[in-house]
Design a protein around this ligand. Structure first.
Ligand code: HEM
Length: 460
């Protein structure tokens, strides 16, 4: 039965190129296992968790302190959630940098982008459920970001006619503030709608990999594998043997060749997760108190880069840039029309150079912009009565986007290659995202002011 199930998910025969650990790094499989772990631990947590404002916090405390094994299950669930977000991010990097979105894989890439959104939605919706201060204020921030269309409609003076920001917030929270309606909605999203969507989409994702002829690989993958095997075999001098094996298709039966690799990823993921869950407890602060705001109130780490941008213009940082980012991700397989170097990390040495240069460019430009905003503030600090509409257009989020786009255009001109232009833009976005996230996680304190160390925060 196990074998049957396995062979329904995989192609019966897989190429040896796809089995090399340094090609996929096992990241897609790891994300899939983490989702399974989340399903199992989540189902167990549901036996004791109560999604009501009065009982949620106490039920989580019961899980930690009363239910046998409850603490470790909760720890596993929480850390697996963070690990899955990280694994999916890294999986996107691996698929992008090996140009695996081409050769008929456009649809699977787009399904992947939706999977990314669902993964973030699953993690974010779970954040509210413990109903502690961390959860409450993180969701308050998140829902304000979602409502930040209001900044634009306010600036245009049309909020009373067309309050789309308010509508989004109402849909999300079931009201203006985070209360029972919000908790019920987040619970339903977290345990019903998003997991079902994820399961269906994962089914299509895996089916497409089969339909697309297995994982992407270079057109001369057979030759590459034959030469590699010849180098490691004992009678390397036998040229005829090498030539013969180069003509052979280098595929093997998925059962058991792929099985061993996947089991190794499973064991490693489980072992690391168990260690983390044993030694590090998932946080639980005091019970949520709407009258006692957290300062700083921080959203989950993967949204802190956005929160950093939101601090100047909520609409530009919270809506324009994330939507632009999604549009950019979806457009990649349509813009990159090159056929060569698919299945090669960074599309070869030229791509590695563009990757490193783009990382350097993004690092320097983002750091300078961050320095200016932290040291000198932004337009509102210099000209108090400047129209907000102007700040929506000219702010760190739009400026940095423009800089990255110009850099990518320069690379496109210089190299005459849409692939290199995509590598340049993607690398800039990734570097910027990491830098903004680091600043948001480590260097922002009360009132979103900059502090080198947490110990320097003023006593509140
Ligand atoms: C819930 C999250 C996801 C899971 C569990 C998942 C799982 C997988 C697995 C197991 C593979 C095959 C092995 C591997 O490449 O590591 C794969 C391949 C692929 N994934 Fe994902 N994936 C997820 C999200 C994404 C995202 C966010 C994208 C893109 C935005 C994406 C795009 C692709 C593509 C295009 C392939 C085919 C790669 C190739 O042919 O080499 N996936 N995915």
């Amino acid at each position: 039965m196990t074998r049957n199930f396995f062979l329904h998910i995989h192609s019966p025969r897989v190429h040896k190129y796809s089995l090399q650990p340094r090609y996929t790094l096992g990241l897609g499989v790891m994300a899939g296992f983490l989702f399974l772990i989340l399903l199992v631990t989540g189902a167990l947590l549901m036996l004791y968790y109560t999604p009501s404002v009065e009982r949620a916090y106490a039920s989580v405390k019961d899980i930690i302190f009363v239910v046998p094994g409850g603490k470790i299950i909760r720890n596993l669930h929480r850390w697996a959630g963070h690990a899955m977000v990280l694994a999916v991010f890294l999986h996107v990097l691996r698929v992008f940098y090996t140009a695996s979105y081409l050769n008929g894989r456009r649809l699977n890439w787009i399904i992947g982008v939706v999977l990314l959104v669902v993964t973030l939605g699953l993690s974010f919706s779970g954040y509210l459920l413990p109903w502690d201060q961390l959860a409450y204020w993180a969701i308050m921030i998140g829902s304000n970001i979602a409502a930040s269309f209001r900044e634009l409609t306010d600036a245009l003076g049309i909020t009373s006619l067309f309050d789309i920001g308010g509508l989004i917030k109402k849909l999300l929270l079931g009201g203006e503030t985070v209360g029972q309606a919000a908790l019920s909605r987040f619970f339903l999203l977290h345990v019903v709608f998003l997991p079902i969507t994820m399961l269906v989409l994962l089914g299509v994702h895996f089916w497409r990999i089969r339909k697309d002829g297995g994982l992407s690989r270079p057109f001369n993958a057979d030759e590459i594998i034959a030469q590699k095997e010849a180098l490691t075999s004992k009678n390397t001098n036998d040229k005829a043997d090498i030539q013969n094996s180069q003509k052979k298709e280098q595929k093997v039966w998925a059962w058991p060749a792929a099985l061993w690799g996947e089991l190794a990823v499973l064991m490693l993921t489980l072992a690391v997760l168990l260690c983390i869950a044993t030694f590090f407890d998932a946080p639980l602060r005091e019970q949520a108190n709407p009258a006692l705001p957290e300062n700083p109130a921080k959203s989950p780490w993967y949204f802190l880069g956005i929160q950093e941008l939101v601090s100047h213009s909520a609409f530009a940082g919270g809506i324009l840039v994330p939507l632009g980012l999604l549009a950019f991700l979806i457009s990649i397989p349509f813009k990159d029309r090159e056929k060569k170097n698919i299945g090669l990390w960074f599309s070869g040495p030229a791509g590695i150079k563009i990757f490193l240069l783009s990382m350097l460019f993004a690092f320097i430009s983002t750091t300078i912009l961050l320095f200016i905003t932290i040291r000198f503030g932004w337009l509102r600090d210099w000209l108090t009565d400047i129209p907000q509409l102007f700040i929506i257009v000219v702010n760190p989020a739009t400026i940095i986007t423009l800089l990255y786009a110009v850099w990518s255009l320069i690379i496109a001109r210089r190299t005459q290659s849409s692939r290199q232009a995509a590598i340049a833009l993607f690398t800039c976005v990734m570097t910027g995202y990491i830098l903004f996230t680091i600043v948001g996680v480590y260097f922002r304190g009360p009132n979103w002011d900059f502090y080198w160390l947490k110990s320097m925060w003023p006593v509140q």
